[in-house]
Design a protein around this ligand. Structure first.
Ligand code: PHE
Length: 344
């Protein structure tokens, strides 16, 4: 074994330690050069074959190389660790100026928003909010509203019957009866909630929502009804839209009318939304039929009233230009998000 071989190992090891790319490679090099069966150990073993007088000097040289390599290893190890920590820190750097990732947020459904807006407008006129059962007695949904059994006017609404005496309410008008039976007069209430009809197409849902107003007082006239609806529609859709009343029929009001609102899309000129008529129907109204008062044991000679009932989906469709009523129950977040104040 020549000392030049020892020098060669030393040079090789020093270079390799310096060039090691990471701590793991460096450790492998340590094993290769300084390990139990590494190159230096091999050289040591060869010492046995040397002449006796050369042994001490050679042994000393091996030890020098060994400690030089250990020092070099220590330095390289420290340098690499520093490097690795710095790299890790750079990678994990926290940029506190970045906006937070955010969490998905829930939002109110447009039907809920429109209902709240309507209730707020009507509250300014002194109307209090009421609800009622969705599974309704036949009596409240029909009979008390002057729609007797076996009468043709029942066919105006295609009904889901639960049993002989119960129906999924077809309108919010039964809420009128509950109020007439249980509240004192004079009375101003709005009733709202889901209603059900056997009906389903691009502009009808089997389950939709209505908002109903009932005012009972002394000396209530069609003029009060028209004034209230006109105010309400203006507040809801904006000041420029006109309303129009067409004579109609409902068993529980007399006289009755249907309410049209000038199409907010074309402002009455005619477009696809209003089927070129310039008007969109939003619901029905009329003066409370004295027979309804009689059912509720109220004297129609003393009290008069008016009522109107509008479809909430219809109103939302007109206000927001929604193309298909079926979007409401689908719960597609792309449709719902803008109502929650978020971009799509
Ligand atoms: N209940 C009627 C309907 O659903 C609407 C209406 C309410 C009409 C109140 C007049 C008065 O068609």
């Amino acid at each position: 074994m020549s000392s030049s071989r020892l020098d060669q190992i030393k040079e090789e090891a020093l270079l390799a330690f310096r060039q090691a790319a990471n701590s793991k490679d460096l450790y492998d090099l340590k094993v290769k050069f300084l390990g139990k069966s590494g190159l230096l150990t091999e050289v040591m073993k060869e010492m046995a074959t040397l002449p006796k007088e050369e042994k001490p000097l050679f042994g000393k040289r091996v030890n020098e190389v060994k400690s030089a390599l250990e020092t070099a290893y220590g330095e390289a190890e420290e340098a690499l660790k520093k490097q690795e920590i710095e790299a890790k820190l750079a990678q994990e750097e926290l940029d506190i100026t970045l906006p937070a990732a955010g969490r998905p947020r829930g939002g109110a459904h447009p039907i809920h928003l429109v209902t709240e807006e309507i209730a707020t407008i009507m509250a300014r006129l002194g109307y209090a909010l009421r609800t009622g059962p969705q599974i309704e007695k036949d009596y409240y949904n029909f009979e008390a509203l002057n729609i007797p059994k076996d009468h043709p006017s029942r066919d105006m609404q295609d009904t889901f019957f639960v049993d002989q005496n119960h129906v999924l309410r077809t309108h919010t008008s039964p809420i009128q009866i509950h109020s007439l039976e249980s509240e004192s007069l004079p009375l101003r209430v709005i009733g709202t909630g889901p209603v059900y009809r056997v009906d389903s197409d691009i502009s009808h849902l089997p389950n939709f929502h209505q908002i109903e107003a009932l005012c009972v007082d002394k000396k209530v006239s069609m003029a009060d009804l028209k004034g209230t609806i006109t105010y309400f529609v203006r507040e809801f859709f904006g000041a420029t839209l006109k309303t129009r009343f067409r004579p109609s029929f409902f068993p529980f009001t007399e006289p009755s009318a249907e309410v049209d609102c000038q199409c907010p899309i074309c402002k009455g000129k005619g477009c696809s939304m209003c089927k070129q008529t310039g008007w969109i129907e939003i619901g029905g109204c009329g003066l409370v039929n004295p027979r309804v008062f009689e059912h509720a044991k109220i004297d129609p000679k003393q009290w008069q009233g008016f009522a109107f009932g509008f479809g909430i989906e219809r109103m939302a469709i007109i206000k927001y230009g929604i193309p298909d009523i079926r979007l409401f129950p689908e719960n597609d977040v792309r449709f719902l998000r803008p109502f929650a104040g978020e971009s799509v």
